[in-house]
Design a protein around this ligand. Structure first.
Ligand code: SF4
Length: 334
């Protein structure tokens, strides 16, 4: 599906045709121009031929039906996108922003793939559209979008912001900015830029270690952006936006899950960020080198953070059987 081509075809038509077409694509979620009877037949035929609405993809549903992973064919590359169906009725789509990733985090399968290319904003929103159509069959809709799939969103800043605006646009998906989250490994320049955008989106920062020595081992990008500068950027972001930041921390057995690491983390975050943040303890999904922390160690870690007055959440584990969980997107469907 090529949104630019659709716009191009419609630019010589009366303005209301664009409105009708957008409604058909984003609100009625048509997957074929033939069904868009509000448009005249010759225009439908032209659109069908030159800008078909089909999205070529392969889908893999988890056994418990709570999540699904799709591999979407973008012509030269395939990217993966994940749907998570929450108990409270929210349906979150996790989108990829790059084919592969340059950041090479040591615990992540995508990082091992290397980098192929950035996705443009259309290629990002097509992933949401794919699952919007999928959910429509059961009378549901996409309620939240997280930019946490393949790639580092702030390394593809302009296209990610365009995609966010498009998701937020009442004429397209109309998803509230507060229901959109962007995650980063901690690209300081990108965080600074994001802090001045007039957008009420959520920011998540993957920290994963309480000090540079350990973080350098897990996340090579940390050498370029040490923790001190990163904390300053997050703190400035909080001051400017007055929005709570999510600090992501993946729990790796015997690596970053000790009680002393928890104390060090609590001290660092309280000192540098004050109050307006939450820590998300992420369960690691076995991808080779590391092991997930034991439940008793996660509990001790969490207790230490909470006893320091830090709010802690633990993300529900989605999609393990389809390798759709955090750090497991690596083009395996193909
Ligand atoms: S964790 Fe994210 S930023 Fe790091 S390598 Fe994987 S996809 Fe890239």
């Amino acid at each position: 599906m090529d949104l630019e081509r659709i716009k191009d075809i419609l630019k010589n038509e009366p303005a209301f045709r664009m409105k009708q077409s957008y409604k058909a694509v984003f609100s009625d979620l048509a997957d074929d121009w033939a069904s868009v009877s509000v448009l005249p037949l010759p225009l439908r035929e032209k659109l069908s031929e030159e800008a078909p609405l089909s999205i070529k993809a392969e889908i893999n549903e988890a056994k418990d039906k709570k999540s699904a992973k799709a591999a979407i064919d973008l012509g030269d590359v395939w990217v993966e996108t994940v749907l998570m169906k929450h108990k409270d009725g929210r349906n979150t789509v996790c989108v990829s922003t790059q084919a592969g990733c340059k950041m090479a985090c040591d615990f992540c399968l995508t990082g091992k793939m290397g980098f192929k290319r950035n996705l443009d904003h259309q290629e990002i929103i097509i992933q949401v559209l794919f699952f919007a159509r999928y959910l429509k069959k059961s009378g549901q809709r996409v309620s939240n979008v997280v930019f946490m799939g393949m790639g580092e969103p702030l390394d593809n800043y302009e296209e990610v912001i365009k995609a966010v605006r498009s998701l937020n646009d009442p004429e397209t998906f109309n998803i509230g900015a507060r229901k959109i989250s962007v995650s980063t490994v901690g690209l300081v320049d990108g965080i600074n830029k994001l802090s001045s955008e007039p957008l009420q989106i959520n920011l998540a920062v993957s920290l994963h270690a309480p000090n540079d020595k350990l973080r350098n081992k897990l996340m090579p990008i940390s050498r370029l952006y040490p923790i001190k500068g990163l904390m300053k950027a997050i703190s400035n972001y909080i001051k400017r936006t007055k929005r709570k930041v999510m600090i992501e921390y993946i729990m790796l057995s015997g690596i970053n899950d000790s009680q002393s690491a928890a104390k060090e983390l609590a001290e660092l975050l309280k000192k540098e960020l004050g109050e307006l943040f939450t820590v998300n303890l992420i369960a690691y999904n076995q991808t080779g080198k590391y092991e997930a922390s034991k439940a008793k160690d996660v509990k001790k870690f969490k207790d230490i953070l909470e006893s320091s007055g830090i709010e802690v959440v633990q993300r529900y584990k989605f999609g393990r059987d389809i390798k759709a969980a955090c750090g497991q997107l690596a083009g395996e469907i193909k």
